[in-house]
Design a protein around this ligand. Structure first.
Ligand SMILES: [Zn+2]
Length: 438
């Protein structure tokens, strides 16, 4: 069995891993690097071919792919795991396997390929089903919790043993929406024996157990229920985080404000979630995706009385083209009023681009009189104690840390060493383009 690091082993983002058994191989995840997208915001990325997107550091470098690819497997619906699929699949004419919500998101993804015709190759797989993807490789998704619904561990059953790809997850027993992690199945797999674990390392340096999404819900209720009744209230968060959006909708109901979701991605993620019955929105909720619709409702809110609404908008990282930045830039017939409250239900994803964008956004909002509220957030990624627990449950023979820069990967390696693993023996640090043979 060979594990080939294609993307996400030098950085946080653009995840892509190849697993090769004999001459058959599967690719797990095809993500993009989001801050590189923002750097190139002036150019129309959808007209570029995948080689150009690789050159710009947005796509993983698939020249590292070595085997005869039999399938593409997507672990969950975040862009750093699926954003490159629609363009890359022009090259790989194979089935694309994903859990139901992820599968629908792939079909709806038009960012880099407006004419994406691979929709019929997307296969929706329920967690627990076992699918034969090639003579030597069987696929199973194991349900886990994360900051998006239908996240999964990818288990590959092969003649060389079971490989588990755990990228991304947290252990959340009160996740607001959706199922909890399938602990029973993980224990079974651990008892049967796991040959190799490929594992995210993003938050391994945090010495805690990542708190439940229910804590974020309590923070939102505690803070927003005390918001000034007669001023505007805007909350910004991840549009893909339906658990979080559900909590914000519930607060809106409690304090008697009409929730409005603004932005194309808000409409996409919540629309697909509703279609699959994953989220039920209160009757008072309205969703505005197109620029024209957003402009129209903001004009109404501005004239009718902002105190009646709770605006849920894209733009928590200060992205230039998102709704909140455009409000701050006065691009709509909507003016931030003195003492309007703008709550960030997301932390800054730490890179210089986001920090700068957020600084600009917050400053513009403050100048116009807004009060900023931060900290209404908990992470979707496992921390050190969660990782320790998973290693105890799975007891893998080999470990390959992924999804992080060298500091994150080596911090995971230190944790594994403290639990008895040995570097270059059963613990393998690899960089993009390198491989490990097990
Ligand atoms: Zn994720």
């Amino acid at each position: 069995m060979e594990i080939i690091a294609i993307g996400g082993y030098n950085e946080f983002g653009r995840n892509m891993t190849e697993v090769k058994v004999g001459d058959e191989s599967v690719i797990i995840d095809m993500g993009i690097k989001l801050d590189r997208v923002l750097i190139h915001e002036d150019s129309d990325l959808s007209t570029m071919d995948s080689d150009e997107l690789v050159k710009r550091g947005i796509f993983p470098d698939d020249r590292f792919v070595q085997g005869r690819v039999k399938a593409i497997i997507i672990s969950h619906g975040h862009l750093d795991h699926l954003g490159a699929v629609t363009k890359f699949t022009d090259k790989y004419d194979v089935p694309i396997y994903a859990t139901p919500y992820t599968a629908e998101l792939i079909k709806a993804e038009k960012r880099y390929n407006r004419g994406f015709k691979g929709g019929e190759r997307v296969v929706s797989v329920q967690p627990g089903e076992i699918i034969e993807v090639s003579p030597n490789i069987k696929l199973e998704f194991v349900a886990v919790t994360h900051s998006i619904l239908h996240a999964s561990f990818v288990a590959l059953h092969t003649p060389e043993g079971v490989l588990i790809y755990a990228n991304d997850f947290k252990f959340d027993d009160t996740p607001v929406l959706g199922e909890t992690t399938d602990y029973d199945r993980l224990m079974e797999l651990g008892q049967e024996g796991v040959k190799c674990l490929i594992i995210e390392s993003t938050r391994v340096m945090e010495e805690e157990r990542t708190p439940s999404e229910d804590i974020a819900r309590k923070l939102l209720f505690d803070t927003l229920s005390k918001a000034d009744e007669d001023s505007g209230l805007i909350v910004t968060t991840f549009s893909s985080h339906l658990q979080r959006i559900r909590s914000i909708l519930d607060v809106a109901e409690l304090i008697g404000r009409r929730p409005v979701l603004l932005g194309r991605s808000m409409a996409k993620y919540s629309g697909i979630g509703e279609k699959l019955g994953l989220i039920k929105m209160p009757k008072t909720t309205s969703v505005y995706g197109s620029q024209k619709a957003v402009a129209g409702i903001l004009k109404n809110i501005n004239s009718e009385g902002r105190e009646n609404y709770l605006i849920i908008a894209t733009g928590h990282q200060g992205e230039q083209d998102a709704i909140l930045s455009r409000i701050a830039n006065r691009e709509f017939d909507f003016r931030i009023g003195k003492d309007d409250q703008v709550a960030f239900s997301a932390n800054v994803i730490p890179n210089p681009m986001n920090r700068a964008n957020r600084y600009v956004l917050e400053t513009k909002l403050r100048i116009q009189g807004a009060r900023i509220i931060k900290g209404l957030h908990v992470s979707g990624h496992a921390a050190r104690e969660d990782h320790r627990y998973l290693l105890r449950v799975l007891n893998p023979e080999n470990i390959v840390p992924c999804h992080g820069d060298l500091l994150m990967l080596s911090s995971y390696a230190e944790l594994a060493e403290s639990m008895g693993y040995e570097l270059n023996k059963d613990l393998h640090l690899i960089r993009n383009g390198q491989k490990v043979v097990i």
